[in-house]
Design a protein around this ligand. Sequence first.
Ligand SMILES: Cc1cc2nc3c(=O)[nH]c(=O)nc-3n(C[C@H](O)[C@H](O)[C@H](O)COP(=O)(O)OP(=O)(O)OC[C@H]3O[C@@H](n4cnc5c(N)ncnc54)[C@H](O)[C@@H]3O)c2cc1C
Length: 696
Amino acid sequence: MVDPRPYCRLAKILCILAFSTITSITFSAAIEKTDIVFVLRGQNETTLYPIKNSFQPEAASVLAGLSKISFGKVSSVEIFDGGIDSNETGYKASREDIDPASTTHDVVVVGAGSAGLYAAKTLNEYGYDVMIIEATNRIGGRIKSESLGDMRVELGAEEHYRATGDNPVWSAVRDAYGESIYVSPYLGSTALSMDGGSNTCWRENFALRPCRDDSDVATFDGFYDWYWEPNQHLDADSSLAEDVASKYGVDVSHRAYHLYDNGFAGGSYATNLDQLGARSLALQSNQWDLSNSTQTLGDKDLGYSDVLETLWWDDVVANSDLLLSSPVVTIDTSGDDVVITDSSGARHAARQVIVTVSIGVLQSEMIDFIPDLPEATIAAYKGIGMDMGMKVPMRFSSAWWETEGEALAWLVTEGLAGACWVPSDYKVASSSHILMCYPMGDNGTALNDIAVAAGGAAAGDAAIIDAILADLDRTFPQALGLASANYVEGIVQNWGADPYTLGVYSYPKIGTYTTASDSRRRDLQDPVANGRVFFAGEGTHTTHPSTVPGALHEGERAARAVHAINTLYPSSCSLDCFSFNIDADEELEADALTDGLLVIRHLFGFSGDALIANATSNVATRQDAAEITIYLNDAESELDIDGDGEARALTDGLLLIRYLFGFSGNSLISGAVSETAARTSAEQIETYISARIPAS
Ligand SMILES: Cc1cc2nc3c(=O)[nH]c(=O)nc-3n(C[C@H](O)[C@H](O)[C@H](O)COP(=O)(O)OP(=O)(O)OC[C@H]3O[C@@H](n4cnc5c(N)ncnc54)[C@H](O)[C@@H]3O)c2cc1C
C-alpha cells in the first residue's frame, strides 16, 4: 500500500471526504495530475489506480491488480483522464460503503401469504437459501382462521376448489385428513331481500313468498349464462353495470339492482357492478380453468390456515429464514445484489426477490423500487381492480333467519350487509348459530367510514356490526328486529383497511384484459431488473386469479422462473446474443472482475498474460489469452456500446464494466459516453448491453 499523503496534498477535500466515510483506501501508486486514474470504490476498500500517460506498461500491472481483490460490494468505477481533483469527483460514499447488508440469502420472498410461502416451498425443494419477509406478525396472508362460538371461522378464503384444474390443496387435504373432511357448503335455500325487506322471497316453492313469483328475480337468473360470454360483451370500454342496463333494463334505480350488485359483483368479485369491466370479466371468466364446484372443511375445529400450516407451512418456515413484523420499504437493484430494506432499516441482500404483496399494496406504492419499475409494470398493477370489503362473522343465540323452517344457503340484502351465509350449518357437530356477512365495494367503504367516525378499533368494529344488524333487522318480514335481539358476538375482518392487503382480492376492471392472452395480469408476470425482481400473487394469475390455488400456482411459477434464470445456458440472451458474447470467457455468468476486466484490458491494447492475469475464473471454458483476443477482435463492432463507430476503453469498456458492477442511470453513463455516440441515454445503453448478457 502506498502512502496516500502526496495525493492528499493535491486533493485535500477529496481525502477528507474519502477518509471520513470509508474504512480503508489504497493508492496503487503516487498519482499525478497528468495520470489517468481508475477508481474502484467498494464496501471493503477504495483503490485509486494511476495509469501514467505512457500507460501501457503501468496499466498492465494496475489492471491486473484489479482482479480478485475483495472489494465486497463495488459502488463506483470511474476513470479520470488527467487525474482527479476535488471539484470533479463528487466523491461520496454510498450507503453500501458504510452500511453492509444485515443478511444475505439466495432469494428473498416478500410476503408470507399463499404465493410467498409456496414460492419458498418450491425454492427450498430446489435447494435455495430463502428468506421470507412478512409485514404482519403472522403467516398466511388472506387465509386466516379464528375461533367464534364452538368452531373455526374463515376470515379470508373459505371455499376449496375441487380437483379439476389442479388445485394442490384439494388432494393434499384429502390425503392427510380423509375424503370426508370436505363437505358441501351453503345448505338450504337462498333468500333475496326485495322492496326494503317487505317482499323478501325464498327460492323454495312452498315458501310464503317464493322467488318464482317475482319476474325481476327470474330475469336475474338468466344473467349467469350471459355475463361470461366474450361475444356478448364486445365493447372494451363498457362496465358490467352498463351492459346489464342495456341487456336487462336494470340500472342502479331498479328494485333488483342489488341482486346484480351485492349478490354477484360483491359476492363473487368483491366489488360493485360498475367497477367490473364487462369485456375483461367475460374474457377472464371464459377461460376459468378450476372446478366450478367448491367444498369446505367440515371439521368445526379445523380452519383453512390450520390445515395448510400442518401440511406445508410449518416445513417451509423450518427450512427458510422468516422475518415477521418487518414491512419491506425499499427494493434496490442498482447494485450487484438486490438489497431489500425493511422498516427497521435492516438490509437484506439476495440474488433475486419475489414480491408477493397484493395488488392493493403495489398500487399504494409503499415499497420504493430503486430504480423505478418499468412503466409497463406500473401500468400492469394499476390496470387491475382491488376494492374495499370485509368479512363479518356474527354469532346469534338462535337461527332467527329460518323464517320458512328452512336452512339459509345464501342471503342477498339491499343494504350494507351485502350477502350472507351460515357456516355453522355445515361445520359438522357445531351447535353455534353463525351468520357470515360479506359487505364489499361501496358497502365496505361505507362501513369503514362508519367505523372511522366511531373512533376505529373496538368501537369501530361495534359500529360496523350495528350497521349490519340494522340491515338484517329489516330483511325478513317475519323476523323484524330479531337480528339485533339475538346477536351475541362477532368479528370484523376489514381487508380493505388492512394496511398490508388494502383490498379484498383482485378483479377485472375495464382494460385488465384486452384479449384472452393479453392482460395486465400477464404483464405483471414479467420479471424486471434483468431477471432479479419477480411478482407473484393471486393478482398475477390469468385464468384463476382471486383464489388460493391461483396464488399457489403463481408462487410456484415465480420460483421456477427464478430457477430457470439461474440455470439457463449462458448464451441464452433475450435478443440475439452478442456474437462476441459479453461473457468473454464463457463462464456461467457475465461478471465485472472477469468479463468486464478482460474487455477493458483488451480495449486498452493488452494481450497475453497482461490480458488474462487473474481475470478468468476457474470454471471459464475459454482461458487462453490468444483465444480470448481473437474472440474479442471478432466482436469489435458489437463492443462499440455507445455506437460512436469505435470500441474504446474509456467509453465502451467503462460502460460495460460499470454495467456489470450493477450501475444504472446516470452512474452508468456519467463521463463514459463519447460526444459522437449514437446511444447516449442510460436506458439505451442498458438495453443494448442487457439484451446481450448471458442469462447466467
Ligand atoms: C374475504 C376473502 C374471501 C376469499 N375467499 C376465497 C375462497 O373462498 N377461495 C379461494 O380460493 N380464495 C379466496 N380468497 C382469495 C385468497 O384468499 C387469495 O387469493 C390468496 O390468499 C392470496 O394470496 P397471496 O399470497 O396472493 O396474497 P396475500 O395472502 O395477501 O399475501 C401477501 C402477504 O404479503 C404481506 N405484505 C404486504 N405488504 C408487505 C410488505 N411491504 N412487506 C412484507 N410483506 C408484505 C401481507 O401481509 C401478506 O401476508 C378470498 C380472499 C378474501 C380476502
